[in-house]
Design a protein around this ligand. Structure first.
Ligand SMILES: Cc1ncc(COP(=O)(O)O)c(C=O)c1O
Length: 441
């Protein structure tokens, strides 16, 4: 197409949308054109209450002036700084601020541009760490069924969502998976489920199978989000920590969703009282405004690399946009906003209201499970026979029309509003969802 022949603004054909039913979308577009605080504005002017923090990332809500101003200011002052062998102050400042929020054993941050990159970075650090220590046979990476660790080859290899893996060949060799933690006896759990700590013992089985000396790391989401909110049973994460420690296996918590206040603490590691060796984060790090992720590591891991000649690069890894100045400015302003408004603990204050509102949906048509933790919730629906996922997708479409944004995975409706949500907005969200469920076939 010639440059002067601009496509009409409503020509949707060129953009191949991610994780989207493209043909259906382009026949039935759902567009948002603005966002402020708890609401999106749809293209037709309707206000849509954000029940999912965008995609688990807009923790402080939308259009926050401090963040917008910081981005504009940095873009005007220092639009880009080379990421390798040159520094700029904001990256160091942001790393310090993240470490101040992280569990006590965490000491350094490696910046990436997304959660997927954070995961691949953490897996690479784990492999290289063992080599640095002279334990190079530790190359096996373990994840969990139904886990989501982004879409890089590392992430899909340790991930356990079948459709994210089945089309893409063999991915990384030498990965294995624990069983997921979703047990029928835990249906309608309020907070952490009672049953299932024993599922952590599967790790002992894999150690026996492969030999501890061949296993580099275990990566899990402390609370699995994208697969439809699967909660860790009481004692499960503690057991994983004990077993990994016993066998010299690194424990990586993928906190891309749970990081920055989703459960009522800065990180889920603190909520559960379990210190991993590495934490991956993204999303809420910049309130979703500018793409950014990070891997937070213990001093022990970082220090293992700090040897050899001082002029030599210690880790052959990084991105053109690692610690990008504009992203760092967004990150700093985001952390200021969280601190000023007490948002990192707000989910704890709202947890009871949230739990009651969600569990009030029990007994509505098609509902087979409801679960919640912090400011996260899921309503699982019985699938339509022969059309898995269709019922929840219909709910999603009706919800958008009715003015609430929810997320669906299979037949699970996931909810995770911005941490600025009011009690009235929680009632509005679950109230509208109840009406939609009543009208759903
Ligand atoms: C736990 C977890 N890890 C990794 C990712 C991937 O992050 P991104 O989409 O920024 O690559 C996600 C995204 O939802 C996630 O939930």
């Amino acid at each position: 197409m010639a440059l002067d022949q601009k496509p009409a603004p409503n020509d949707l054909s060129a953009y191949w949308m991610p994780f989207t039913a493209n043909r259906f979308f382009k026949a039935n577009p759902r567009m948002v054109v603005a966002a402020q605080d708890m609401h999106y504005t749809a293209a037709d002017g309707r206000q849509v209450l954000d029940g999912t923090s965008g995609m688990w990332c807009s923790n402080a809500g939308h259009g926050r002036p401090r963040i917008t101003a910081a981005i504009a200011d940095m873009a005007g002052r220092l639009d880009y700084a080379p990421a390798f062998q040159i520094g700029h102050p904001s990256a160091f400042e942001l790393a310090n601020r993240v470490i101040a929020l992280a569990p006590d054993n965490m000491a350094h941050v490696f910046f990436t541009n997304s959660g997927s990159e954070a995961v691949d970075t953490a897996l690479k650090i784990a492999l290289a760490y063992h080599r640095m220590k002279g334990e190079g046979t530790r190359s096996r990476l373990i994840g969990r069924e139904r886990g989501y660790h982004g879409v890089g080859f590392g992430g899909i290899s340790v991930g356990g969502i079948v459709n994210n893996r089945r089309f893409f060949g063999n991915a990384l060799a030498g990965t294995d998976h624990l069983a997921h933690t979703h047990l029928p006896e835990n249906a309608y759990s309020k907070g952490q489920p009672e049953h299932g700590a024993h599922l952590a013992d599967e790790l002992e089985r894999l150690v026996t199978l492969h030999g501890a000396e061949n296993i580099a790391a275990l990566i899990v989401e402390p609370m699995a989000g994208s697969t439809g909110v699967l909660l860790p049973p009481k004692g499960y994460l503690q057991k994983l920590r004990e077993i990994t420690r016993k066998h010299g296996i690194l424990l990586i918590f993928d906190e891309v969703i749970t990081g920055f206040g989703r459960l009522g603490t800065a990180f889920a590691a603190q909520y559960f009282g379990v210190e991993p060796d590495m934490i991956t984060c993204a999303k809420g790090l910049t309130n979703g405004v500018i793409p950014m992720g990070g891997v937070i590591v213990s001093a022990e891991i970082h220090d293992a690399f700090m040897k050899g000649p001082e002029h030599a690069i210690e880790l052959f890894h990084g991105y053109t946009y690692s610690g990008n100045p504009v992203a760092c400015a967004a990150g700093l302003a985001t952390l200021d906003t969280y601190a000023e408004e007490g948002l990192l603990t707000r989910a704890a204050d709202l947890a009871d209201v949230w739990q009651n509102a969600l569990h009030g949906l029990q007994g509505l048509p098609h509902v087979i499970d409801i679960r919640n933790l912090g400011l996260v919730g899921a309503v699982e629906l019985a699938p339509i026979e022969g059309a898995p996922g269709k019922r929840a997708f219909d709910v999603f479409l009706r919800a958008f029309d009715a003015g609430i944004l929810v997320r669906v995975t299979g037949d699970i409706i996931a909810l995770s509003p911005p941490l600025i949500v009011s009690k009235e907005q929680i009632e509005e969200l679950t109230g509208k969802l109840a009406e939609i469920l009543k009208a759903t076939d």
